[in-house]
Write a protein that binds this ligand. Sequence first.
Ligand code: FEO
Ligand code: CA
Ligand code: CA
Ligand code: CA
Length: 703
Amino acid sequence: MSQPCPDEADRRSGPVPLPLLTERHAGRQGLTCRYRCGNACAHEEPNRSDNEYFGDVLARAVSRRGVLRAGAVLSIAAGATTAFAGQAAASPVAPAAAGARRPRGLNYEPVAANTTDAITLAPGYDHNVVIRWGDPVVPGAPAFDFENQTAEAQAGQFGYNNDFCGLVPLRGSGERYLMFSSHEYTIEPLMFRGYDEDDPTDEQIRIGLAAHGLSVVVVERDRKTGRMAAVLDEKYNRRYTATSEFVLDGPAAGSDLLKTSADESGTRVLGTLNNCAGGVTPWGTFLSGEENFNQYFANAAVADPTVAGRAQRYGITEEASDRKWERLESRFDMTQEPNEPNRFGWIVEVDPHDPDATPVKHTALGRFKHEGATIRLARDGRAVAYMGDDERFDYVYKFVSDAKMMKGESSRAREHNRTLLTQGTLYVARFNGDSPAAEIDGSGRLPADGAFDGGGEWIPLAAGDRSFVDGMTAQEVYVFTRQAADKAGATKMDRPEDVEANPHSGHVFIALTNNTDRGKAGATRTAPADEANPRNNNAHGHVLELVEDDNDPTATGFRWSILLVCGDPNDPSTYFGGYDKSQVSPITSPDNIAFDGHGNLWISTDSGLALNINDGLYGVSLEGETRGRTTLFASVPAGAECCGPVITSDFVLISPQHPGDLDDASPETPKTTFPDGPGTQPRPSVVNIWRVGRNGSPGRIGE
Ligand code: FEO
Ligand code: CA
Ligand code: CA
Ligand code: CA
């Protein structure tokens, strides 16, 4: 039924893959690979640019003067590989961290990494399901009926595969919040009994369109029990789907590149697609990244080679799309609407307090496979957005607004702040290592200075109507940002996902999920390990910490170091900030990140199967002698990814996405019945977690 990721058979049949020993992708299950990313891992990377890592220049210099030395390093690496080959496969059980002092906010007994088909929590914690796919969002929407779905019902219900989750308090209403969830993608073979992928019905396509998009839902927490429930609020609750109206703003709005036959203004778009991670802005709105939008469009092999070349860089297929939406809506067919894909791949902003406001796509933040965007305010009040382009060998970006945030809740302030992401400067990152390239041998071995670290710069791409990229207009830079960044010489990264500043320190953390094509011999599109992406066949990913010069987010220079090189701690290629590796949990494929009130980092993962463990949520200490201490706090059911963490002192929210997406799963043979138990179908959900304190009342998280 579906094309598995190239490593599927391998990954499931044997023991845990060891990153140094195997040639495999760190992909997910087949359905998710196909329906989330259009099987991106099975295709060649769209980045054909030859922009060079700065270390390559060093490497050539070193190779001219030090062939023998480089050879010595390589043979040591080979020895390490051989020694490791004799070790047992990764233990799926987290080593106990009981002996070590637990940092404040992370004082919980670590969960053993597991394959249990359930939400598994640290002892003393409990959970409830807040909302799940198909639950009514808009008052009047019908209750979910798996066997009798309609597009009309779905358009008023919680969408499929919720990823990002954000909360803002709803003032004057007890403990109520406006909750924002993004519905990244649909998995039709799990949603519909007897789904025929070659011939989906029109109604199935319409349901798919309605199950994408965003939800705004009022939720209420009971302070006595810790439980949280969705509220059918008439004023605030709403759905945005793949057919709702969005406005384009910023310097590329109205560009010829964004005009279609249905929108000659180039400013009004129907729908948002593949909304992955996001952020909550300091001015109380939500941001959402349109990620693998390419997969919804068909027939990129259009006559105009310029259009086709641009489509290639974003990975749009030359054939029919998987979901066949182009049969129902011609805008998804590039032979008919070559510019329609240009209207996706943006950062979307939604004001949850204003249900009448049309949500906005901000062209000033560039167009790529936006994982998400998070905001840090500069000292002078300018807004800085950090962003990752989640594709192997793509880039890290930031945007610095021209205008400053206006404080307060007045309508004037709200109106002003909604324009912050409309005008500013868009940058892409170049990372330069400080160790000789020959010491970065791709094994994960630390260089002689004891750290994967260095400096870097933010290269400006465009500011307002001004382009800094030769041969590209400013509008072209915003719409074809990947090509602009190629020309600018950005550093090819191992799938940049969440990028977010720690409110305590201002340091920016970048989750680099994985990239098994890093340093791959014989691959047509690959790049060698460099100090910022130091491990070849990077099946388990890493986390990089970036400190802006003068800790000023508007700076154009920075220092960086790698905090975590993920995997089984028994694997010598891993690194946990220098912390004792016998005291940490195995972790693979860091994806979404968040921070708690103590300044600890929290990471949720997307590919536990790369270690044969379920995905989960991990707490990571960043300070003092426990820096790098990484412990599993919660894990999600079989086949699920742990998305959307929200960390507060009183509760934690996670979003188990695509539960039960395992081989041969179907409505007839579901691989989990999370969340509702036997006899039901799996449903992506938002889950609320609290600590059971004294007398049964909720306690503070991690204390
Ligand atoms: Fe939707 Fe980059 O994960
Ligand atoms: Ca170094
Ligand atoms: Ca993600
Ligand atoms: Ca993910």
